[in-house]
Design a protein around this ligand. Sequence first.
Ligand code: PSU
Ligand code: MN
Length: 303
Amino acid sequence: MALTFAPEVAEALDAGRPVVALESTLLAHGLPSGRNLTLARGLGDAIRAQGAVPATIAVLDGAPTIGLSPDQLGRVCTESTALAKLSARDLGPAIALGRSGATTVAATSVLAHRAGIRVFATGGLGGVHLPAPGDATTWDVSADLGVLATTPLLVVCSGVKSVLDIAATLEVLEARSVPVLGYRTDDFPAFYLRSSGHPVPWRVDDPGTVAATVLAHREHATSGAVLANPVPPEHEMERTLHDRLLAEGLDRLRDTGASGSDVTPVLLEHFHTASGGISVATNEALVLANATLAAQVAVTLSA
Ligand code: PSU
Ligand code: MN
């Protein structure tokens, strides 16, 4: 099935002008409805302010769509409960069956690359989950990591959530030859927190150096790259609050017996309600900062 493009995105790509991909799962399934549409519009504005064109990606009635109209963006944000969460393996079935769904980092990367987009902004990457209590290991490793390993895209994110096994996630990225760059930091961020305590192998301090690194990487590799951008300091969650919410959330997980794809929603729901909305504000601030940085890199890459 051919890709469906928003006219603005098609024109920009034809002309070699900078485009930044955005995923739809973070809007439909990662944030409470009511705030997601405001954020979705804000992300577009942030990317345009840097001189790039935003392309939010979703599958709508079987059409893989690159760049959403205001109506389509509204649909993704308000029909979120009716929208499937599509990872890369779900694209074929959803397209063939004419379904609609929000795309994860994995699925968005596949479609963005096919569209000819080189830079993608999001909040947090999927990763390796923590083993369930009593288990030594887990098979729950996000397809985001495998797709990044084989798709030459720069993903700008704020690391991975502390509900994941961050050390294991970094090991998988290393094993799959995905470079991890810290933006103005030596520490891999942990989404709500600016540091996970794990070092990043490479630090870069400006969009031009990021663009040069991406180009040099592409000379000899077909893998993607991660640009880890810590949440702006004024929006970082207080560490004691964060650690308390995480411990409570993990207890709740054990009490409810949630497993598989329910794990993250249970934990995030606890963060959102028990922090009185602080975690949502942090989430929004970091995605906006990542969209701005991604646009700056895309502009430099197109120059
Ligand atoms: N991390 C977040 N918010 C999100 C996600 C991750 O902080 O909304 C979403 C992204 O779309 C990511 C997906 O690609 O979850 C990973 O899901 P899974 O672990 O099922 O692969
Ligand atoms: Mn998973």
